[in-house]
Design a protein around this ligand. Sequence first.
Ligand code: AMP
Ligand code: MG
Length: 358
Amino acid sequence: MEYLTFPEAGSSPELIARAAQVVRDGGLVAFPTETVYGLGCNAFDEQAVRRVFEAKRRPLDNPLIVHVSEDWTTPERADGWLREMVDDLARNFWPGPLTIVVPGGDEFAPSVRGGRSTVAIRCPDHPIALALLDAAGIPIAAPSANSFGYISPTSARHVAEDLGDLCDLILDAGRTRYGLESTVVEAQEGKLTILRHGAIPLERLRGSVVASVSVFDGALNDPGPRRSPGLHQRHYSPRVESIAVMPGLDLSQVLVAGSPLDERIRYVGYEERESMVPAQWSMLSFGSILDLEIVAHDLYENLRRFDTPDQRGLLILELSDEPGLGRAIDDRLTRAASGTILTSGAAVRLFLADKAGM
Ligand code: AMP
Ligand code: MG
């Protein structure tokens, strides 16, 4: 594996040319975007795409996002409504953290679409990603550069730790700006459906586009084929057991007398609530609930720091229950907790008693 570090401010034509060559030759390049680091390859090369799935140990029915440069347009054959909708979205949000799922895409390697008749497209807002796309001259298929189900990488170091030798090249351009994945929307005639909350909040979408915007519901409990792969119930997960709790619970009665568990509990919440957490637990902080942009930026870095390989530990993750970016943050925390949300102090007490076998 080769590791290239970009200068503090800006790009470097030589490093970009090297990375573009690796992509064109069918290699895997981990590269920065404004959301998280991606594990990229030539979107037309089925063999390269398969290597991405293998490196991540990602199930083949989970399609990849195709990253395109700023001059990408919907193919000529696209219907009028689709072109209008994509143009509207692109004008408002590209380059940026919005992924658009559109019908078609059979020009790409088959595994990119994961057996569907749709393809997910996005133009990333990061100078290195855009320079790489321009230099390679081909769309780059890329999921997040982490092993399947684990926490997404917001720095090149995360990629090196997690996938290290499985990449041909890692491009290091520091930490990513948003720290959360893109918002994924499915485009259908007259309407947009959010399949995955992300860096562009629902409210901003609604305020900007002509089409009506709804949120795909039932994702966590839907037993049928998943509409979108980011909807796995367990995803973005630390290795230590994790549960999520609603904000502002009365935690004064949750301690179970004599439980050996208490000192292994790490409560991760907002700094405003610090005084409400039992002194026996370690309190860790996401930051202030008043600045969810910072919370999002640091979220995955924090989850990695708070993770422990200790199988007996327990991470309690506090949801924000806020609109805007709060939706994406809570979505990731809920999946990190495999869908377990406790909604009262009494429920937390019961859960802990049960876990301690008391
Ligand atoms: P990641 O591995 O974080 O890059 O996730 C890729 C995301 O792309 C998934 O979570 C999906 O939400 C989305 N995606 C990619 N292709 C499709 C598609 N054809 N239909 C629906 N969602 C898609
Ligand atoms: Mg991912």
